[in-house]
Ligand binder design. Structure first.
Ligand code: ATP
Ligand code: MG
Length: 244
């Protein structure tokens, strides 16, 4: 088992992520469909040179401002996010006072419990989502069930989310921030702030930005969020990928 995370070469970093994911799969944190989704992500990441571009950095800053200025910010965590950046999620939650709720697309209570335990082991104080008290309107099946924090949230951060669920969460009137390497996905297009970057870079970047913005007043934070133009940012990202 190789651990390359401290190595600076992008190829090695992406190999390390693959290890984290396949390990997560063996431990029952990651769904089989999560492995396939990661492969799609890697493909886009490759086209972006496996680095954070200026457009993504801009979105990460706006995302940190959105979480900090929210009244009830929530980070919705799935198996891939938990397996790849458990510590980063703990730090982000601490830096933004956002609650962490486990919400799976292919939901089983056992997998949710394993993910919650894994997050706690990595420094997350409290994990929500083990009791689902509400249903997102307009969505069928298990994936509609959520806990109190997501139900009440005004700003929600989502990772590798499906387009239907993103749309349903938006329809509830929430501000949606997503991390998705595919700028053309329905999720990327529906969100208020779309971060086209790898989770493994996006989460630490948001932690850094949130720490920098600590102490900034809520009026200025809100202005920063308003000034961010997601449509334009996405257009630029798409151009970047198409040009290669
Ligand atoms: P949509 O439902 O939004 O139209 P989709 O069905 O292609 O998109 P999903 O499986 O619902 O995609 O969500 C997975 C998304 O997450 C994909 O767009 C993929 O590129 C992206 N993704 C995968 N791995 C990562 C990663 N490590 N970091 C960021 N994004 C990722
Ligand atoms: Mg989908």
């Amino acid at each position: 088992m190789h651990m390359f995370i401290s190595d600076s070469h992008p190829r090695k970093r992406s190999l390390d992520l693959r290890h984290r994911l396949t390990n997560g799969f063996r431990k029952g944190l990651v769904a089989d469909a999560g492995l396939i989704a990661h492969g799609r992500g890697e493909c886009f990441d490759y086209l972006l040179g496996e680095k954070t571009c200026v457009q993504a950095a801009r979105a990460e800053k706006a995302a940190a401002a959105a979480l900090l200025s929210a009244e009830n910010p929530v980070i919705s965590v799935n198996g891939n996010a938990a397996a790849m950046v458990p510590r980063g999620l703990a730090l982000l939650s601490k830096a933004t006072w956002a609650k962490i709720e486990v919400n799976l697309f292919y939901r089983t209570p056992a997998r949710e419990r394993r993910i919650a335990a894994y997050l706690k082991k990595n420094g997350v104080k409290k994990v929500y989502g083990l009791s689902k008290k509400h249903r997102i309107p307009g969505l069928g099946s298990e994936r509609a069930n959520v806990d109190d924090p997501l139900w009440k949230a005004d700003v929600v951060l989502l990772f590798l989310e499906d387009g239907d669920r993103t749309e349903a969460v938006k329809k509830m009137g929430k501000k949606v921030v997503v991390v998705d390497l595919n700028p053309l996905s329905r999720t990327a297009r529906k969100a208020d702030i779309t971060i086209v970057d790898n989770i493994a870079r996006a989460v630490p970047a948001m932690v850094r930005q949130a720490r920098k913005l600590k102490g900034v007043g809520s009026k200025r934070l809100t202005r920063m969020v308003k000034a961010f133009d997601n449509k334009r940012n996405l257009k630029e990202m798409e151009r970047l990928i198409r040009r290669g």
